[in-house]
Ligand binder design. Structure first.
Ligand SMILES: [Zn+2]
Ligand SMILES: [Zn+2]
Length: 242
């Protein structure tokens, strides 16, 4: 059977759902869109005024850094994020991580490339490395949400992706309710470089959500100690800065 026929049959059986509302996305000129145009309209991208360190949106052109980055010295060099952490994307990520909607990764990769592609090209990373999951978590979830996103982004931008470079050796406690200090402590010794025979100079880390930066800082510390010169990070969503 021709590939186009197989795809058409697949689409009837499993119509691609919009990652934002979860309903089948509309078909335009014979092919199904990845997301509904009206859902995309509601999406809030990070504006043009963002923190020069973490990429979080900030108010006012008079500041260079967000409140957090003006006070905390990050280990990573620079970061960017595509979307503000609004309710629709929050729900989308929940379904992506906990309800098996791994197919959303394709669209996430496209959004990352569209919103942050020019900054990524400017940084010129050798490789994209996803923030790793602990093997136990990987087994129960079945996939690493950051790795699928990293692969989709790599395909969009034509950059290599190395999902095994970093490993998570400690299964850390959930960090939602922890303070920055507690997060840093929680992540101490959580990551290792898995491939000591491979050398990269510039790495772009990928994660789904950026909160305090403690996770990417913990990864960046290990990478820099291992000889990586520049570590950048990118995330699909980020909270708003002040
Ligand atoms: Zn939709
Ligand atoms: Zn910042």
């Amino acid at each position: 059977m021709q590939k186009s026929v197989i795809n058409a049959v697949k689409d009837v059986l499993y119509p691609g759902a919009c990652p934002l509302c979860g309903k089948p996305a509309p078909v335009v000129e014979g092919s199904r869109l990845l997301a509904c145009p009206e859902c995309l309209d509601e999406l809030e991208t990070v504006g043009n005024v963002y923190c020069l360190k973490c990429g979080k949106e900030i108010k006012g052109y008079d500041k260079q850094y967000c409140y957090d980055c003006a006070r905390v010295k990050h280990v990573y060099d620079q970061g960017a994020a595509a979307l503000a952490y609004t309710e629709n994307i929050k729900q989308s990520i929940y379904r992506y991580k906990y309800k098996g909607k791994r197919e959303y990764a394709e669209w996430y990769g496209q959004i990352l490339a569209k919103e942050c592609g020019s900054r990524i090209r400017m940084w010129g990373p050798d490789v994209i490395v996803p923030v790793p999951l602990h093997p136990k978590k990987l087994k129960s979830r079945g996939y690493n949400q950051a790795a699928l996103m990293a692969k989709a982004l790599g395909r969009e931008l034509g950059i290599n992706v190395d999902c095994d470079y970093l490993a998570r050796v400690h299964n850390t406690a959930p960090m939602k309710k922890l303070t920055t200090e507690e997060r840093i402590k929680n992540l101490k010794n959580a990551f290792i470089i898995n491939k000591n025979d491979v050398k990269y100079n510039k790495i772009l880390l990928v994660d789904d959500i950026y909160t305090t930066g403690a996770t990417v800082d913990a990864c960046a510390a290990v990478l820099k100690a291992g000889g990586v010169r520049d570590v950048y990070c990118i995330s699909l969503c980020v909270g708003k800065g002040i």
